[in-house]
Design a protein around this ligand. Sequence first.
Ligand code: ZN
Length: 469
Amino acid sequence: MSTFDLLIKGARVVDAKNHRDEITDVGIKGGEIAAVAPNLAPSEASEVMQAQGLLLLPGLIDSHVHLGISACGFKMVAAAGVTTCLDMSGTSDDLARIAKTNGAAINYGTLEAILPGKNVPTNDPSTEEIAAFVNKALANGSYGVKILGGHFPLTPKANERLVRYCQENGVYIAWHAGSTETGSDLSGVKEAVAAANGGFLHLPHINAYCRGCPEKAAALSIVVLQILEANPNIVTESYLSSRNGSNLVCDENGIPKSAVPRKCLANFGFSPDKKGLVDAILSGRLAVMKDGQDQTILISGKEGADYFLDQNTNVSGSFSGLNPLSSRVLCATAKRGTSQAFTVDALSTDGGCIPRNVTLKAGLELVDLDGLTMLEFVKKACLMPARILNLPTKGHLSVGADADICVADPIAKTPVRVLAGGNTVFENGKIFNGVPTAFTTSKGLSFYSSQGIPVREANPSFEPLNRFN
Ligand SMILES: [Zn+2]
């Protein structure tokens, strides 16, 4: 029997936890990292991959994706070098169905969103109603819960009740800032930080609250970063894409139902209605999402406008050039005081089905610009999100860690081969079908077993986040 199932030779191996950035070999056995050392013998391995000139990183961990908007999310994530991700809104039922029919053998967890009128009666649920929602979500396989304040807001008091309930009961809680009284902006950030009251809260996509007018984005970012420095109990990520993602469906009067496209249209000088959407698509500023087999694609121009109208406006879309570069770069690179700890803990995409899974490409571009060192990039894209989610065998390449690996081309900044638990999920442009493994708390294990989805128990940690090494 071979010592290694797979031996990857001669790559530049980068592992933030072990402070390793060197050309060496990596041996994999039984789904785990078995050895990281130079000159491992090819004769000891069942398969040898020559990886000279390539990068070898822990598989990326994306702590903010959306897998349920189309049928391609798991595959798009895998093709982006991500081996573990956290879905921020999809129900476990919906995702389980996609996982089994069009999945990739990566790892995923879910946060179920609290939706007034759907899983709680109103936007002001009582503590009893909140407890019923949370416990049902956990029994349904969710790793925790999410407040979609910017989209489906609760009252400030209900948000406080939900955050307190989760903190007191050890439940993972994320909050897209905003309530019935505040927006998805600085006012919402301040409200969420106050409601966390010194306890755990995951505040997603921090750059998205810094949009404002483009010329104010940098100033807004600095204010938000100062708030995060003063409140180390808040964990957060930011994304690097200039694109957004939003549903474009219009009501019977031809007005987009979501406030997001209305705001974006006005921002770019289009009328905030169906005609404005068509004009924006024709101009290329807005693209509509269309499902392919493995990837959701973006189409604009006449083809995009025709598709939008054919679908009766019931499509999702993505505006380009929306997130200012200044806030993306500031949020990705800012550090706490004079320390080596990042102010925003991790890089994410808010992608998945939305084609903006750019952490590898844009992150390596930041390395080219000396905004991050290669070790810092790996810390933010792999190690810190594993710590946030409390997945101790992920995000690094220690012997015994899960063999979750992204081998990437450093020039093209694209994955060449992606392995999760030692299994190849992507190689040379091909995405392999497979059933992902869920991570969930003890309360959700039986849900996944009943669905026939492999599952591993994980439990959120509310210890102070280790940001320093
Ligand atoms: Zn999101």
